[in-house]
Design a protein around this ligand. Structure first.
Ligand SMILES: [Zn+2]
Length: 275
């Protein structure tokens, strides 16, 4: 899952006079938030823990003109609402999909402008990119988003600062479906989610294959009916993050109060959860 920085990142760091080990060490603190155990212990609330009788259902990487409408239909059939973390560069290409998402009663949140990995600190760029994504969502939906989940769940210092500047609350997830792989099936997605999710959990799925194996969104879509039925049978309600009662998360890195946003932001090891 995680791994060393690639040679290209090392070359870029060397080119700007930054010792790679120092760069990595300075930024690994905030970035390890993608590790669920670390997240639960050090950043309560960041994993989306909410009301114990509620499940927050979330989807990342859209909007997608082909697959997102299929999820909207499935959620309508289930009578369930969810939070969709969208990418700004797709919002401007497919605004009608986003408007329809809101019209169906769902919540739209921000996943970033594009789906990139933050190999090197770009704090000013982080602020501009997130602001641009927020503006895109606001222009299309008519209201400002509340939540931010960075691509790959990598919350660098720069991204924390950008979220704070944009007035967004960072939130990751407490269970995922590993629905991004070519081998994912509805059954595997359901098993994977159910292994980790408890009442009060936030579930991460994807409504597009934009950054995943082609067509893998069908596994998440196929898992939905039984997942929702199972939660309801257990006495849990399903809905958006805003209905979830999630604990407030300050968009500040604990222990980093003396660091400036410009001095920290971060490259981070390889692949993580959200694709
Ligand atoms: Zn993603």
């Amino acid at each position: 899952m995680s791994g060393p920085l690639p040679p290209s990142a090392g070359r870029r760091a060397a080119a700007v006079g930054l010792p790679l080990a120092a760069v990595a060490a300075a930024h690994i603190g905030p970035a390890v938030t993608w590790l669920p155990a670390v997240r639960r212990r050090l950043f309560p609330g960041l994993d989306g823990t909410g009301h114990p009788r509620h499940i927050a259902l979330t989807f990342d990487d859209g909007p997608d003109p082909v697959s997102t409408p299929r999820f909207l239909d499935a959620l309508d059939a289930l009578g369930a609402r969810a939070t969709f973390f969208v990418l700004g560069d797709a919002v401007v290409r497919h605004p009608a999909v986003v408007r329809e998402t809101v019209r169906r009663g769902h919540e739209v949140a921000v996943h970033g402008w594009s789906h990139d990995r933050p190999w090197l600190p770009t704090p000013a760029g982080d602020v501009l990119a997130l602001r641009r994504a927020v503006d895109a969502v606001q222009d299309v939906t008519g209201s400002g988003p509340l939540w931010y989940r960075p691509p790959y769940g990598i919350l660098t210092s720069g991204r924390w600062a950008a979220a704070r500047a944009a007035g967004l609350r960072p939130v990751l997830w407490s269970a995922w479906g590993r629905d991004w792989t070519a081998r994912a099936t509805p059954a595997s997605v359901r098993r994977t989610v159910e292994a980790d999710v408890r009442g009060g959990g936030t579930v991460l799925l994807h409504d597009t294959d934009r950054t995943a194996a082609p067509g893998c969104w069908r596994a998440a879509l196929g898992a939905l009916p039984e997942l929702v039925a199972g939660w309801r049978a257990a006495g849990l309600s399903v809905g958006t993050l805003s209905e979830h009662g999630t604990a407030a998360v300050r968009a500040t890195v604990p222990g980093a109060a003396s660091a400036t946003a410009g001095a920290r932001s971060s490259p981070v090891p390889g692949r993580t959860g959200c694709r």
